[in-house]
Ligand binder design. Structure first.
Ligand code: GCB
Length: 601
């Protein structure tokens, strides 16, 4: 009987391991990995480029059981093994492959990555293999055994690998595939570079057998004198004690575990987090066997008619959109220093708000932004015309949303979860995004829901916002390119806006392109003067919108995009940056800076 019970347990455990990353549940992802005992697997990884997926399928296109993930070595001179990681080229992790090797600049397909590492077994600990992000699909193998797979290029995932690690040498192989597919998110067309690879850090994390896996510690909606939340513990027993302490507030509460979770509330009046005072508190969560420390801020966010209220007071969001592209060298951002450079530019511009477009940025970006006092809009890549009728596409979107919220739910700086960008009106789209919004609210009822719309029609008075999605969101994002894609710059200032909704509107995109250093008349495309004029006239237009609650023009820095081939001007860059990819500020930067710093709004 006991044997059967054990067998069932083993089966359940391995099933849950298989499912871990594929369907990472809300409470499964380890929270706050920086506070944990971990070994970095960053650095140079061996790699094999495999456009035909020869390491995965046989010549009948059936998956093989002796693919490249076996990392086979020749044992006798007569052996036939047609790959060898040891003699292959290498790629840096974290990093995209496109900017590391010329031959991979436009490459979209499979690359196999392999890393050897030493491990010393500690029978008192559990081990997790944690990927901060891989673009786009990852199939992960440890010592030749498949752990599972993950889709979605911008969110973390993990596998529990305690029983799969060996004493001494181990190897991990990841099949990374960034082929664009119609059913994916983003779909086949996107206006940013499809950087492939293990783009963010990889860690081997050790925890006690019974450990804190996740927690939520925030102010409830609209309340400033009680901090509430929950702590989730893996392998905890009913009745186990959990303590949550905020030393600076001289508060410690004890809670009791029930079905893996302990709920708590702390009577306290923390100093509230805001852009002008980005105060965070050290919070210590403890169980008998585990301890995690985090820095957490507390604030409220709400809407009232067309206003956004931070800590009960109206705030105007002076923002800028940002792609997570590295300054000076391009490619994906891979370090905290690169995040800081981008954020410092946004500070200089006078921003109190950033739109992290069009996918969840790294945890480092969010945490740095929080320290620097930026309010954050965070979004998932439900971008342009995706397959709104496809259930798998919905499951994928929901999973990316879940992973984004799961990772960042304790960041006071994040005030807006964005469900989508520039999606075409229609019933299936309304259901798709409506369901996502419902999920987001179920996970987190303390933040606001938004989406960026490009569907405004023309009413009698001018532009009219009446997209039915306006009903679903709390804050309406509007992308509008007056003077660039539509209308002349002279026409912008006098355009009037009306809305069918009594809700705040953020002008989530507005702007135009310029090549840094190209000068001319203000009606000559691509000159800095033209772009500056777009900003001047659009600022005039925005001054006249009484329901506007902020803006995040497009965009802080020029970024790579395969939609932008114009020779000598674009050269594969979207030039709408206020700063060039080499860090040079264009005239429009100073126009927006003037507006943000000089106006008392
Ligand atoms: C948009 C998109 C953004 C593009 C931008 C552009 O509306 O949301 O992803 O990069 O326009 O430059 O055309």
């Amino acid at each position: 009987m006991k044997l059967i019970k054990n067998a069932v347990l083993v089966l359940l455990t391995s099933l849950s391991t298989l499912l871990t990353a594929q369907e990472t549940g809300f409470s499964e992802l380890l929270q706050n990995i920086d506070s944990r005992e971990k070994t970095s697997l960053n650095g140079m990884w061996d790699m094999i480029v495999d456009p035909l997926e020869n390491g995965y399928y046989n010549h009948r296109l059936k998956p093989m059981d002796n693919g490249y993930f076996m990392n086979a070595q020749m044992e006798s001179p007569s052996d036939l093994i047609e790959y060898n990681f040891e003699t292959s080229q290498q790629l840096m992790v974290p990093g995209d492959w496109n900017t590391q090797l010329d031959k991979l600049y436009y490459y979209e397909g499979t690359v196999w990555y392999k890393k050897d590492f030493e491990y010393t077994i500690d029978t008192d600990k559990l081990a997790y293999l944690y990927f901060e992000a891989v673009n786009y699909e990852a199939i992960v193998y440890l010592n030749g055994e498949r752990l599972g797979s993950h889709v979605g290029g911008y969110t973390p995932f993990q596998f529990e690998v305690t029983d799969k690690l060996k004493e001494g040498n181990n190897f991990v192989v990841v099949k990374v595939d960034n082929k664009r597919k119609a059913e994916n998110l983003p779909t086949v067309n996107q206006d940013w570079w499809n950087y492939g690879g293990i783009t963010r850090a990889v860690h081997l994390i050790n925890t006690p057998k019974s450990h804190i896996d996740d927690y939520s510690i925030q102010l409830p909606k609209g309340v400033t004198n009680v901090i509430t939340g929950w702590v989730s513990v893996t392998n905890g027993k009913n009745g186990d004690a959990v303590s949550i302490a905020i030393p600076e507030l001289k508060k410690t509460v004890r809670a009791v575990l029930k079905d893996g979770k302990a709920e708590f509330s702390i009577k306290a009046k923390p100093k509230l987090w805001s852009p002008t005072s980005p105060k965070t508190y050290e919070v210590v969560v403890k169980t008998e066997t585990d301890e995690i420390t985090d820095q957490i801020g507390f604030r409220t966010i709400a809407t009232e008619g067309s206003k956004i209220l931070l800590n009960g007071k109206q705030i105007f969001l002076k923002g800028i959109s940002i792609h997570e592209e590295a300054p000076f060298k391009t490619g994906r951002v891979v370090s905290v220093e690169e995040c800081r450079i981008l954020l410092q530019w946004a500070k200089e511009l006078g921003c109190n708000f950033i739109r992290l477009a069009h996918y969840p940025h790294s945890e480092a970006m969010v945490r740095e932004a929080e320290k620097m006092g930026f309010l954050i809009w965070s979004e998932i890549p439900v971008y342009w015309t995706i397959q709104f009728d496809n259930e798998d596409t919905y499951a994928n979107a929901k999973n990316q949303l879940t992973e984004m919220i799961s990772r960042d739910k304790n960041r006071a700086a994040v005030i807006l979860w964005s469900m989508a960008n520039e999606t075409p009106e229609g019933t299936s789209r309304l259901n798709f995004i409506g369901n996502l919004a419902e999920q987001a609210r179920k996970f987190d009822d303390t933040r606001l829901i938004t989406a960026a719309l490009d569907t405004q029609g023309r009413g009698e008075a001018g532009n009219l916002i009446e997209d039915p999605l306006g009903e679903v969101v709390d804050v309406i994002g509007i992308n509008n390119y007056c003077g660039w894609y539509a209308g002349t710059t002279e026409s912008c200032a006098s355009i009037k806006w009306a809305s069918a909704y009594n809700k705040p509107m953020i002008m989530s995109e507005v702007g135009g392109g310029a090549l840094f250093g190209l000068h001319g008349e203000k009606n000559e495309r691509w000159t800095e003067e033209y772009q500056a004029e777009v900003y001047r006239t659009n600022i005039e237009m925005m001054r006249n919108i009484d329901f506007i609650a902020g803006l995040s023009p497009w965009i802080l820095m020029d970024f790579r995009s395969a939609r932008r081939p114009l020779k000598r001007i674009q050269d594969d860059f979207n030039r709408k940056g206020l700063i060039s990819e080499q860090g040079m500020k264009k005239q429009a930067f100073f126009v927006l800076q003037d507006y943000f710093l000089k106006e008392n709004n």
